[in-house]
Design a protein around this ligand. Structure first.
Ligand SMILES: [Zn+2]
Length: 332
């Protein structure tokens, strides 16, 4: 998990960290081979990765209020038993939280202030390789002479060479022109397009109601916490052997951790639904506000509408809109 923190601080996006983990066939805590960017977010915000702090908190909130445990010496003892090895330093954890804020801030600025940021920011971290899934990097060729050219190129190709990924570079203006065509096509068929978007929202919202599993998880967690309480009081009354206590304690803590993570994922999913709805509404607003066809690339429009572009080949691109809608575009 340390790797996730390191790669995030190296500037990688959630998606590209997830892609790397899948490429290396690393499994999630729950044994899943599929990594979502939400899994990465959860890990990057989970305090337990810098040691036993989450455990301590749990113990503090749920058990240290227990009268028998008010003694400081005992508190220390149980905390140590609950402890697991820190995976990253507290400092690193905090640096990551700051970086998250910075990126969120940057994103906000791009949406709000178009003059300050050039188009290289608009495309940044939105162009992906259709061959290997990595990010595309912006590069300037022949920067000193007239044949200067700005291209986007697969990070894997740039870092590891043609054997690792043989995706070709794409000219920046070609990608920008492709967006202009995609936008104009949508604009020309605005009513149909908006109808499709609205149908999209309906589909997303009609997917299984996630409240029920949440309630079930809460129930299970309550049960486990009760079990843990019972265990701790047995221990305090010396009615249980040290080794049995340790094993049981570890099992319950592990199950609690897993449930917490599951809960976070479901909550994230619910959040995601409302985010998508909001984004679709934004797209509809943008379309309605627009008075005529687009003549040249526009950062704001691109940012408002496009989640990512997947480069399938130098002449074939897949635009994924923020609503989740995918639109293929070809270079004639
Ligand atoms: Zn690639």
């Amino acid at each position: 998990m340390r790797r996730i923190y390191e790669e995030y601080l190296e500037g990688k996006s959630y998606q590209s960290i997830a892609n790397g983990l899948m490429k290396d066939k690393i499994q999630t805590v729950t044994g899943n081979v599929k990594w979502w960017d939400s899994t990465i977010t959860i890990i990057l915000t989970n305090e337990k990765y810098y040691g036993a702090l989450l455990q301590q908190k749990t113990v503090t909130v749920d058990f240290l209020t227990h009268k028998r445990l008010k003694n400081k010496g005992q508190e220390q003892k149980y905390l140590i038993e609950d402890n697991h090895e820190p995976i990253i330093s507290k400092e690193m954890f905090e640096t990551v939280q700051k970086e998250k804020e910075r990126r969120a801030h940057l994103k906000g600025n791009i949406m709000g202030d178009r003059k300050k940021y050039s188009s290289k920011y608009a495309l940044s971290s939105k162009v992906f390789c259709g061959c290997c899934g990595a990010n595309f990097k912006r590069r300037t060729w022949n920067s000193n002479n007239v044949s200067k050219k700005v291209v986007w190129q697969c990070r894997t190709y740039v870092n590891e060479g043609k054997e690792a990924c043989d995706a070709k570079a794409v000219n920046e203006h070609v990608l920008q022109d492709a967006f202009v065509r995609v936008f104009n096509r949508m604009y020309e068929n605005k009513d149909g397009f908006i109808r499709t978007l609205k149908a999209n929202i309906e589909t997303i919202l009609s997917k299984r109601d996630a409240q029920e599993p949440l309630l079930k998880i809460d129930e299970q967690m309550e049960q486990l916490k009760d079990d843990l309480k019972g265990l701790v009081s047995l221990k305090l009354r010396d009615q249980i052997e040290e080794s049995v206590y340790a094993v049981e304690n570890a099992r319950i803590s592990k199950e609690l951790d897993e449930l917490r993570q599951e809960k976070a994922t479901i909550e994230k999913d619910n959040d995601h639904k409302s985010q998508v709805t909001q984004r679709v509404n934004e797209i509809i607003q943008v379309m309605n506000a627009r008075q005529d066809l687009l003549e040249q690339f526009d950062d704001d429009l691109f940012n408002a509408m496009v989640e990512k572009i997947t480069i399938l080949s130098p002449t074939r691109y897949l635009f994924t809109l923020k609503s989740g809608l995918e639109i293929a575009e070809f270079e004639e």
